[in-house]
Design a protein around this ligand. Structure first.
Ligand code: SF4
Ligand code: SF4
Length: 383
């Protein structure tokens, strides 16, 4: 297992492959225990708990009893349980009651990340930001009931507006190669609608690209939901692209987006966890998503770096994907932010070392003019 840091949250360390909670639902207490044991054995130390189902909270609380310090808990604020059903709420009283219930049932006195639950519309966000809800969230952090404040969303516009407040440390966002083509929408169902993909797309949606870049620049960690598009990405019949990805290609795609720290996978069994952890022993070919993306007719990813790393090895040892990432972060700002300059400085080799051999361009499946990019990066960063 590999780990990444939540930079704005005291550098909390989370596993790249993490758990969603849906796979636990309906399981027996013994199964909760054995699945949690398996997760720890594989090095998984991070879970998202969007559900307000009391049985989940009770059983998972029992499964982590005595080992709370081994797991990073991401719980939701505004996910309540009423009349035996899940309820998304912004009501102050219900929100507080649901949060208190969450801590009590889990048997802990704090969450590592408190997620403002499921904000897809800008009007919902405005309401949250101008009312008691956000004050409650900020107070939870100040009092130590949460170590970091997050928000979950499927809409890049609402998400960007939220992170621009400076209040959000972690964003839970739906990421996969298909959704990345879609323009923003306040209706999550648009992401699944085949009709919306029928005419194809050229290059990822600029709002999503801007969101990821903004998060990277500001040190906001993204943890990913819908890595497999609810399973659709794994099936040629159901995938919006009409071709199937494998699990490792989906994971690799997400983990190579700027700012992403973890993919939250809804594993239903220990076997599924083992399969996903197999990502680390999978061959480069099994993980490589570039061949699938570049081979599509209706969807064009041309001329833009997709950070796939397929151009390696560089004759001069330059990490071309990283240079392109920092270049794009700077171009988007019309300046070189200090943090980006620092990341660039820490690279072992820099764009100025490019000897223009052209080897990388032959390997790039997306037609990126890498030599020109290296020249541009040298101009911007100075070396
Ligand atoms: S330059 Fe091309 S091959 Fe290299 S990381 Fe970018 S898209 Fe991939
Ligand atoms: S052209 Fe430059 S960046 Fe590409 S492989 Fe050669 S030295 Fe590396």
């Amino acid at each position: 297992m590999k780990y990444r840091h939540l930079k704005r949250c005291g550098n909390i360390k989370v596993s790249e492959i993490a758990l969603g909670c849906e796979g636990f639902l309906g399981k027996s207490p013994a199964e909760y225990r054995s699945m949690t044991d398996k997760a720890f054995e594989l090095g998984i130390n991070f879970i998202d708990m969007y559900t307000s189902d009391p049985s989940f909270r009770d059983n998972f609380g029992a499964a982590i009893k005595g080992r709370r310090d081994k797991i990073v808990l991401q719980g939701h604020i505004g996910s309540a349980w009423e009349n035996g059903q899940y309820l998304r709420t912004r009501d102050a009283e219900k929100t507080k009651k649901a949060f208190d219930d969450q801590l009590k049932r889990l048997g802990t006195d704090y969450l590592d990340i408190g997620m403002i639950h499921y904000v897809d519309s800008e009007s919902d966000l405005d309401k949250i930001l101008s009312g008691e809800f956000i004050k409650y969230c900020v107070a939870l952090k100040e009092k130590g009931y949460i170590r970091a404040l997050g928000m979950s969303s499927h809409n890049p516009k609402a998400a960007k507006k939220a992170i621009e407040t400076g209040l959000i440390d972690v964003l839970m966002f739906s990421v996969n190669a298909a959704y990345d083509m879609q323009p923003p929408s306040e209706n999550v169902d648009d992401l699944f609608e085949p009709e919306n993909y029928k005419n194809g797309f050229a290059n990822p949606d600029p709002n999503r690209v801007a969101l990821y870049e903004c998060c990277e620049r500001e040190g906001i960690a993204i943890d990913v939901m819908k890595t497999f598009g609810g399973g659709d990405m794994l099936s040629a019949e159901l995938s919006p692209f009409g071709v199937a990805f494998n699990e490792y290609q989906c994971i690799e795609y997400c983990l190579t987006r700027p700012a992403v720290v973890s993919v939250m996978a809804g594993c239903h069994s220990e076997r599924e966890m083992e399969k996903l952890a197999g990502y680390y022993s999978a061959s480069r070919e099994e993980r490589d998503y570039s061949g699938v993306l570049s081979g599509m007719k209706k969807f064009k990813f041309h001329g833009n770096c997709m950070y796939c790393g397929h151009c390696a090895p560089c004759t001069a040892g330059i990490n071309i994907a990283d240079v392109n990432k920092y270049l794009n972060l700077s171009l988007a700002q019309n300046t070189v932010p200090e943090t980006v300059a620092d990341h660039y400085r820490l690279l072992e080799h820099h764009a100025g070392e490019c000897v223009e051999c052209g080897r990388c361009e032959q390997n790039c499946p997306f037609g990126v003019e890498i030599i020109n990019k290296m020249k541009e990066a040298k101009n911007i960063f100075g070396y």
